[in-house]
Design a protein around this ligand. Structure first.
Ligand SMILES: O=P(O)(O)OC[C@H]1O[C@H](O[C@H]2O[C@H](CO)[C@@H](O)[C@H](O)[C@H]2O)[C@H](O)[C@@H](O)[C@@H]1O
Length: 260
């Protein structure tokens, strides 16, 4: 890391914490529904959100309802479907254009012949976006990419993005960086220093946004990244969330004056 988030000051900045979901808060699983939620995860997150005065949000490719189901009973601020959906900290929803929702439904229908021919493929329709998973059939990656490219030629309002064993159609103008910036303009995020933790290439926009706003991106795992910091694995993310929650309670100087 070239620069410390805490350098030049004895006091902790007021932090806002943003995390990705799959591969960051939970380990990657064979299918989207198979992710395992550690028994203490919701409690850990709940505690951190309180200590961060609720400046804690999830920014994910999943639809919001999925994350709510996995993290029940928590109802966090969430940007879902790569930012196409967004629930603010006050619980209000940013509404996505109906035409974009209809466009995503059409794209999902257009993929069906491919998934009928290859039942190992999985379509995940979401409000305003669509994922085509090939984790059960890695050899079909290029066929999936080509099929979606052809379908998106008729849907210029969408672009193709690539994740972990998945191709997705995401509406143009939406990404995780834009979602992070939108949260940062609202309470309780306003005026805080953003930290974004993610593991995938779709997280790069959010790393850059966090850093442009004076914060830091933390990349989980290997690979080229714009993030200035790295973290090893999901267990370390849980430990970091616990640790940051503890630190945010300190109002005394970070380093005690130990000069003799
Ligand atoms: O932005 P994220 O929270 O990381 O979401 C990205 C995509 O994650 C999910 O798919 C990925 O995780 C699955 C479960 O571990 C795995 O089976 C799949 O291969 C991964 O691509 C989710 O299903 C997608 O909707 C998200 O866009």
């Amino acid at each position: 890391m070239s620069q410390s988030l805490f350098s030049g000051s004895n006091e902790l900045p007021r932090l806002a914490l943003f995390t990705d979901f799959d591969g960051t808060l939970v380990d990657i699983a064979e299918t989207p529904d198979a992710v395992e939620i550690p028994s203490d995860l919701t409690e850990q997150i709940d505690r951190a959100t309180r200590e961060f005065e609720h400046a804690f949000a999830v920014i994910t490719g999943r639809e919001i309802a999925d994350v709510d189901r996995f993290l029940s009973p928590l109802q966090l601020p969430i940007a879902g479907a790569h930012g196409a959906q967004r629930r603010r900290a006050d619980g209000s929803m940013e509404q996505l254009d109906r035409e974009l929702i209809a466009g995503a439904e059409e794209i999902a229908r257009a993929i069906e012949p491919l998934t009928m021919a290859h039942p190992e493929l999985l379509i995940e329709p979401k409000p305003g976006a669509v994922a085509l998973h090939y984790r059960q059939a890695p050899d079909l990656a290029s066929i999936c990419q080509q099929a979606l490219e052809e379908i998106l030629a008729d849907h210029p309002e969408y672009s193709l993005i690539e994740g972990k064993m998945v191709y997705e159609a995401r509406p143009i103008g939406f990404d995780k960086g834009a979602a992070l910036r939108a949260f940062m303009q609202e309470e309780p995020f306003l005026g805080r220093t953003p930290i974004f933790i993610g593991d995938d290439r779709t997280d790069e926009d959010a790393f850059r946004a966090a850093q442009e706003l004076g914060g830091v991106g933390i990349k989980l795992g290997p690979g080229d990244t714009a993030a200035r910091m790295r973290i090893a694995d999901v267990a370390s993310v849980h430990a970091l969330i616990r640790g940051l929650g503890d630190m945010s309670h300190r109002d005394e100087p970070l380093l005690a004056d130990t000069a003799h």
